[in-house]
Design a protein around this ligand. Structure first.
Ligand SMILES: [Ca+2]
Ligand SMILES: [Ca+2]
Ligand SMILES: [Ca+2]
Length: 684
């Protein structure tokens, strides 16, 4: 029953009865709503303090030592085998969990710049990587799985096991080079090139090797570089930090030959199109545009055709053969040599590492080992769900989680950020329409900013069929500046990422056609093409606020974005940007997050506490009013009901609790509450 007047009259009554009734009630534990071991609401911590270290080993050293000056609770990077063994030996201090991430570390070869423009040179180099030795010696058969193609071998639906494997073979490398005209004719150890027009000295291969990750450093410096020199290829090596490498490798004129790349993680195999279709390479080069995905400039019309069929497949079944063909062509033409994907384990500190009372030393709970990613998420313990769910045992909310980064974030811009650490900041500030159950191996899509969707088709022309997706959006989402999110922001986001040539999201929005906005919270998104992947394109784009970005010309959006001009980042996500320095980045829980922790249905007159009757009503309201001002002090509440009347779990019964009840009071759209929580904290 939801009879307003009757319940309103009840408020006065219940406030009088409170002090009499509460002392008789015992607290009954309530199970938090979960998907499969995670909650769809939060955040529970007050802050994320990101600590930036110089490289992986420095970070892991700080994580292991626990020095208060550099203490971190959770790390950003898969463990090396040595650290893993040390952590496993101290189970009272560390918690580890297995990781499988469909990402890729590879050797990238620029296909426009001689001599790597010659497929023979690329094939010879592909024979010079001793992957087996790298796997056993560097990865210690633990922290990675070797790749034969860009698709992980465990990803059995999509992996093609019948491509050229490029087994380590110095003799074959030398033969390929000699046969193609690259041989030494003057007795110095280096090869010269010969063809019908003459004899040419080889320019040194410009080889950029990332020094921040010991595995990538070893891959380039210890395993490949000596082999290149040994086979008689001149090399100009640049062992350098990521920003130096990016300047050379990912910006026009893309003046490099070789680079130790890293990509992913991915959820769907259509990234083969996003990365190697010529649309994202040579077209960008000709336009002198920086930051293209296909910066190896693989340009192959047969590949383009198969990757189109992969990207624009109406069903997963129809995508399978194209995916196999794409891998076959890539491994024949070798614009890059796949190395390994992340595996092994990640870890967090068992107990809270900060010195803040009352959290210091208490065990962390709520960490989620993400298996299925969505949006700009990552797999493993440091997936977004951990930061939203984590809290210390005995305290539903509060505290600061300290997150170690082995590199700084560089680009504070949701349109142009392209890299791991950038998104490990931004994915907590900006939010996504659709998420996925992080632990269900079936990879179930779940509601996030969109509470529901339906996928259909339409006819852009009389002879073509394309995908459309109708979304119904939550109407209780605020941007961080308190402006209400609505369907216009969805339409604007799709337009803007395309107009601004967002390096990361351009492939997701390139084939967007238009939106029809039915009302503030219902929108149909029309694509030019039909694709089984379209829902994840839409769900994977970070939604940006129209009222901020419409003032910024898309062409200026990299250097003149919101942060670059104002120092702010207005998202709608679970955390707000506070500040950054060279050593740290501070994010704070978003107090108006639409999925923040509240449990407003907790009391029914005459029943034990808590009693969730599925409704936020006068009983709940009256009890919060009646206990206004009660606080949790020295480990205790004045009355047993106080912990429930504290709806937002900040350990005091105050105006915010009253307001959380008031805005939901008898609102039919939130019925039924489940275990006291709003129904949108669940999915069916
Ligand atoms: Ca020579
Ligand atoms: Ca109730
Ligand atoms: Ca409260």
């Amino acid at each position: 029953m939801h009879s307003g007047f009757k319940r309103l009259n009840g408020i006065l009554l219940s406030t009088v009865l409170i002090s009499i009734l509460t002392s008789a009630f015992m607290s009954v534990p309530v199970t938090a709503p979960t998907g499969s071991g995670y909650e769809m609401f939060g955040p529970r911590v007050d802050n994320i303090l990101i600590r930036i270290f110089q490289g992986r080993d420095t970070e892991f050293g700080a994580f292991y030592s626990g020095d208060p000056a550099t203490a971190i609770d959770i790390i950003d990077w898969p463990l090396d085998q040595g650290t893993y063994q040390k952590l496993r030996a101290e189970p009272d201090k560390f918690v580890t969990a297995d990781l499988t991430s469909y990402d890729m570390y590879n050797l990238e070869m620029q296909c426009l710049k001689w001599p790597t423009s010659d497929v023979n040179v690329r094939r010879a180099i592909a024979c010079l990587i001793n992957k087996e030795k790298f796997f056993t010696t560097q990865l210690k058969s633990f922290s990675g799985v070797l790749l034969d193609t860009p698709i992980a071998p465990e990803w059995t639906t999509w992996f093609n096991d019948n491509t050229e494997k490029w087994v380590f073979n110095r003799t074959r490398a030398a033969e390929i080079l000699t046969k193609a005209g690259y041989y030494d004719d003057d007795g110095d150890p280096q090869r010269e090139y010969h063809n019908s027009t003459g004899r040419y000295e080889l320019p040194p291969l410009k080889f950029y090797i990332r020094d921040d990750d010991p595995d990538r450093l070893a891959f380039g410096q210890s395993y490949l570089l000596p082999e290149l020199l040994g086979v008689g290829l001149p090399v100009e090596s640049h062992i350098a930090p990521k920003t130096t490498c990016w300047e050379a490798v990912m910006k026009y004129p893309y003046d490099y030959n070789l680079y130790t790349g890293g990509w992913g993680p991915w959820r769907d195999p259509d990234y083969l199109y996003d990365m190697y279709n010529s649309k994202f390479g040579i077209d960008w080069y000709n336009a002198k545009r920086d930051w293209c995905n296909n910066y190896v400039f693989f340009t192959n019309s047969t590949f383009d055709n198969w990757s189109n069929q992969l990207k624009f497949a109406a069903t997963q079944e129809l995508a399978e053969e194209p995916c196999m063909r794409c891998q076959e062509i890539l491994m024949d033409q070798v614009p890059m040599v796949p190395g390994w994907h992340s595996a092994g384990a990640l870890a967090y500190r068992k107990n809270y590492m900060g010195d803040e009372t009352p959290y210091a030393g208490r065990p962390w709970t709520g960490m989620v080992n993400t298996v299925v990613i969505s949006g700009m998420g990552v797999a493993g313990l440091n997936g977004l769900w951990s930061f939203v769910n984590a809290h210390t045992e005995g305290y539903e909310r509060g505290g600061t989680i300290r997150y170690g980064f082995m590199n700084p974030a560089d680009v504070y811009n949701p349109v142009h950020a392209d890299f791991y650490w950038d998104w490990e900041v931004l994915n907590k500030i900006y939010d996504f329409l659709i998420s996925s159950d992080p632990v269900d191996p079936a990879g179930i899509d779940i509601p996030w900013m969109a509470k529901g969707w339906s996928i259909g088709t339409w006819h852009p022309t009389p002879t073509t069929t394309a995908t459309n997706i109708t979304l119904s959006l939550y109407d209780n989402i605020l941007w961080h500046d308190n402006v209400k999110f609505n369907a216009q922001d969805v339409n604007f986001t799709l337009y803007y990422h395309r107009a601004a040539y967002s390096p990361l999201f351009y492939p997701y929005v390139l084939d967007w056609d238009h939106c029809v906005i039915h009302d503030d919270y219902t929108v149909t998104v029309y694509y030019k093409v039909q694709s089984v992947w379209a829902l994840h394109w839409l769900g994977g784009v970070p939604i940006i606020p129209k009222h901020i970005w419409e003032k910024i010309a898309p062409a200026n959006s990299r250097t003149g974005g919101e942060f670059e001009t104002t120092g702010k980042l207005t998202g709608s996500g679970p955390f707000r940007f506070v500040s950054k320095s060279p050593q740290s980045i501070l994010l704070a829980a978003n107090p108006t997050y639409f999925r923040k922790l509240i449990r407003p249905d907790y009391y029914t007159t005459g029943q034990p506490i808590p009693t969730q009757d599925g409704d936020v009503d006068a009983d709940d309201f009256g009890m919060a009013v009646g206990h206004y001002g009660c606080k949790y002090i020295a480990g205790a509440w004045p009355h047993p009901v106080d912990q429930w009347a504290d709806v937002n779990k900040d350990r005091q019964v105050e105006l915010d609790d009253i307001m959380e009840i008031a805005v939901r009071f008898l609102k039919v759209k939130y019925y039924p509450y489940k275990s006291g929580y709003p129904n949108y904290y669940y999915y069916p």
